[in-house]
Design a protein around this ligand. Sequence first.
Ligand code: PLP
Length: 385
Amino acid sequence: MTVKVTAKAAELRARGVDVISFGAGEPDFDTPVHIKEAAKRALDAGATKYTAVEGTPALRKAVAVWFAKAHGFDVSPDQVMVSAGAKQVIYNAMHALLDPGDEVILPAPCWVSYAEIAKLAGAEPVPVLSRPRDGFELDVDAIARAITKSTRMIVLASPSNPTGAVFGEDAVRAVAQLAVKHDLWLLTDDIYRSLCYDGARFVQPASLIPGLRQRTVIVDGVSKSYAMTGWRIGFCLAPAQVIEGMATLQGQSTTNAASVSQAAALAAIQGPDDELEVMRRAFDQRRRFMVRALRAIPGVTCVEPRGAFYAFPDVSAFVGKRTPGGAIIRDDPGLCTYLIEEAKVAVVPGAAFFAPGFIRLSYATSQDNIEKGLTRLAQALGKLT
Ligand code: PLP
């Protein structure tokens, strides 16, 4: 569904139509200059060859230090691995840990790839929906009820794509305790952890419960926080045995992540953090503007997102309405099609995240685009009867 909207936006743009896209899952900022410069130097110094499957020793060591600093526990480099993006980490982890028939609990709304990757590993995704009236906080009771004899893993992703929810310490602790009680793996996708706003605080469950690290795979990387999506570097922190399994798998797929990108990632995590903060503040300003503008549209409600760079408004009030051309809006994908045709605004349907009746808008785009796009969106919604 995401691809359909993106393809339509690209097609219109190619025809010279001024399309505003809120579809992007990546920062609009460029990679900080000092990181690009480090990559150029690394190329000249010979970063053009294979590296160890698990990553260069220098990067693994630096990632171990980085994880230790972030979460307050000891990390050794053999508990760390580097892959081509957080997505490959998740792919490796699910394929290394899941068997056909295993169930994976996905607190939802959530990123679609968890379900699709679980299916590729032969496992069954079990989405467990949280509620807008709870600010999309984890529904611990519903998660507990979803656990069966076949459950093998729970995926926690905070801040959340698409809702922007940052899960609270009590809920995170309760889900971690469920993982211990039922002997489950916990996969935490921390890719947005440095993008929190309004005083929201990211909580890593393994820092709450001693011993939890034995059953936790922590996914992280540089894509979102350092504006490095195209470099394709993700990190994993997991028990050494799991890393071994993942390395065996990656050794027969992509081998190592690109060596020049590993050098860039090393510069990123060892370098100054000031630009991260500049980007975070810019996202925060746009977030406030976007949420205010969305809430001002009659019929739209929007939970306050407190992390990542997405707003996830409820637009179910428009489903069933009629367009000026007389067509009926049947569902959120139908609404997205209408919005791109009528307003030339691209948004992603909530159905792509197990949340029909919602749409996802990324505010990782300029303030200008946000202002113009939301004006158009409001006008188009106002034409539905
Ligand atoms: N996890 C979440 C929640 C994401 O939204 C994304 C990208 O959209 C990823 C992981 C993938 O990150 P990477 O680009 O490092 O593979």
